[in-house]
Design a protein around this ligand. Structure first.
Ligand SMILES: *Cc1c(COP(=O)(O)O)cnc(C)c1O
Length: 235
């Protein structure tokens, strides 16, 4: 199967998961995650009409941005160091991995510099895994960041993002995704100024469950591009 066929197959499974859960497939974005895969693979999907891609590393994202058509939308989904925000600030479509006030303030500063509003998500470590980044999954911790964002004119908080722990049985991720959705709802209820509509959750192993639980953006790498070979890093 080609990459394009595989992306279509994932899209079909998303539509089926929407049907099962009474959702409109238009409300779920499939974001192909191209990290560690060559620009040529992205170009192949782009030619078939896909123009949103998720990347984890600033250098890799910036290099692919330079190499590929300018109308591709780039989403930063990996851990982001403050001193690297400047390399992507003038074009990045969304930063999904915001997990501190300091990082948010840096994004504000860079947004102001480029005279643009940068859409962001708060990354929440719902599974409370030590190995993962993200804020604690409490209403208080999330609200602290969310309310601070309301004071930043060049940052637009759109919602929440999480990566579930890996379980052999993906069904076990369901409570994680449900919790992220509840957190989002609680936040919207607590402050009228917050209109959080994005829930970025679900990866190759668990995206169908995430869609059933309300995901509006699934980040899928392996099921589209195949396994990542880190012994052959190009970026
Ligand atoms: C790599 C990555 C993905 C995609 O993972 P797959 O299991 O290959 O689908 C999604 N989200 C984040 C944050 C990632 O780092």
């Amino acid at each position: 199967m080609t990459i394009v066929d595989k992306a279509k197959e994932v899209q079909e499974k998303i539509i089926a998961a929407c049907k099962r859960s009474g959702r409109d497939p238009q409300d779920v974005q499939l974001l192909p995650v191209s990290k560690n895969h060559p620009a040529a693979d992205i170009a192949e999907l782009y030619k078939a009409g896909w123009n949103n891609f998720g990347e984890n590393y600033v250098q890799e994202l910036a290099k692919k941005h330079d190499e590929l058509p300018a109308d591709i939308n780039w989403y930063m989904i990996g851990h982001l160091q403050r001193n690297k925000v400047k390399y992507i600030a003038d074009y990045v479509t969304m930063i999904q991995s915001v997990d501190s006030l300091k990082l948010m303030n840096t994004i504000e500063k860079e947004g102001r510099k480029h005279d643009r509003i940068i859409p962001i998500l708060i990354e929440v470590n719902v599974g409370e895994e030590e190995s993962k980044f993200g804020v604690k999954p409490t209403l208080q911790d999330c609200m602290e960041l969310a309310e601070a964002s309301l004071q930043l004119p060049h940052v637009k908080l759109r919602g929440l993002m999480t990566s579930a722990p890996y379980y052999d049985d993906p069904e076990k991720t369901r409570p994680i995704f449900r919790r992220l959705r509840e957190l989002r709802d609680e936040m919207n209820n607590q402050n009228d100024q917050l209109k959080l509509d994005v829930l970025s959750m679900g990866m190759t192993h668990d995206y169908e469950i995430a869609v059933e639980e309300g995901s509006t953006c699934v980040r899928v790498g392996t099921a589209i591009f195949g396994p990542r070979d880190y012994s052959n890093r190009q970026y």
